[in-house]
Design a protein around this ligand. Structure first.
Ligand code: ADP
Ligand code: MG
Length: 356
């Protein structure tokens, strides 16, 4: 296992990139700690696969260096980086049996047969294909093939890191949950450095200790699930994580208050911002309280989601969602208030630290 440092990495698929917009990855300067379990989370097209391919050596960065345990591997081809990879779709040998497919990466590296046997048995049970060990892969279903692919990624114990690129896309929802829990257990047991790419927040938040959120070719926040929830560094993190995502509304700053139309929202401090910056207030639906006091709102819609309701309302014409307990009555003259600890302030989409 290794620590992986990405030093000022930029990547463009164009031969002569000119502006920032020509880069699929803008600037990434980041370390993956030895033994860490990371999720790389972001919408389709934000650069997740590009970043993973740079680590594995499938593509060469336009700028910057990649180090494994301090050693520069930027010029090393994939096969010399000692990385295991699992892709979105199965990469297996159709003519080999399930067991042979799993044994392949080990035999390739001249692992003694007794050890091959032991590892293959262990992994085959984990992926739930114990009863199909001697069946050829060709006849199996798409999700069984993907499980073999996953198993091939996990079978070696001497890799620098295991990279997963949306590996559970073709797996059914229940098995998804099972495999994800097993990956997490495996991480606890063997301490592999794991980077798990996904566009699904639930997957990211349940798998990883540290979530790296990407947006338009940039890393916008690295944090624990609770940091991403409580203190989104960028409004995108606020929208993308949470269900529904954070409410973001345009405001004007006036000392220690944010002003929305004729409504003043007291803040825990003020902030100095540059002239012409776009200022916004962010508050998650969980921190909006519905009652008879506070700021008057118009209720637009109530959605029942089991133990909670999502209430959609308009404050000064601004759409806003709140999550309230199931049996909450909607008052005749509805008002809302914001829990001060849930308020975040943004200038040009980046979070501000308030000064007392
Ligand atoms: P993600 O995995 O987050 O969906 P990708 O890393 O695949 O994103 O893509 C990032 C950007 O780079 C996208 O705009 C995509 O169109 C572009 N891109 C990806 N692969 C190539 C390629 N081989 N050639 C040209 N552009 C590419
Ligand atoms: Mg991708």
């Amino acid at each position: 296992m290794a620590r992986i440092d990405l030093e000022h990495i930029k990547h463009s698929y164009l031969p002569h990139p000119k502006s920032d917009a020509d880069y699929a990855l803008k600037e990434v300067h980041h370390s993956w700690n030895d033994g860490g379990a990371y999720a790389l989370l972001g919408p389709s097209g934000c650069g997740k696969t590009t970043l993973l391919s740079l680590i594995s050596g499938l593509i060469h960065p336009s700028h910057g260096k990649i180090l494994f345990d301090g050693e520069d591997v930027t010029e090393l081809p994939t096969e010399h980086r000692n990385i295991a990879q699992v892709f979105q779709f199965p990469v297996i040998y159709d003519t080999m049996t399930v067991a042979e497919n799993l044994a392949f990466p080990l035999r390739n590296r001249k692992v003694p047969e007794a050890e091959v046997d032991r590892r293959v048995k262990e992994i085959i049970e984990m992926i739930g294909l114990g009863d199909r060990a001697n069946r050829r892969a060709r006849g199996l279903t798409a999700d069984q093939k993907q499980k073999i692919s996953l198993g091939r990624g996990l079978v070696r114990s001497d890799v620098n890191a295991i990279l997963f690129d949306e590996p559970l896309t073709v797996i059914d929802p229940h098995m998804k949950w099972v495999l994800r829990s097993q990956l997490k257990q495996l991480h606890r047991r063997f301490g592999f450095t794991m980077v798990y790419v996904t566009h699904d927040q639930t997957e990211a938040l349940t798998f990883a200790d540290t979530v790296v959120v990407m947006y338009e070719g940039q890393i916008v926040q690295i944090g624990s699930p609770s940091e991403l929830f409580e203190r989104p560094k960028h409004t995108f993190v606020g929208y993308f994580i949470g269900s529904p995502g954070m409410n973001v509304m345009p405001v004007r700053l006036d000392g220690k208050a944010a002003v929305l139309g004729s409504t003043r929202i007291e803040l825990q401090g003020g902030a100095s911002i540059g002239a012409g910056s776009k200022t916004e207030l962010g508050i998650r639906p969980e921190y909006v309280k519905l009652g008879r006091e506070g700021m008057p709102v118009a209720i637009r819609k109530v959605e029942d989601i089991g133990r909670h309701k999502i209430v959609r309302a308009a404050l000064e014409g601004q759409e806003l969602a709140m999550i309230v307990p199931e049996h909450t009555e909607i008052p005749g003259e509805p008002h809302i208030s914001f829990d001060p600890k849930g308020i975040n302030l943004y200038a040009d989409s980046w979070r501000l630290d308030l000064e007392a």
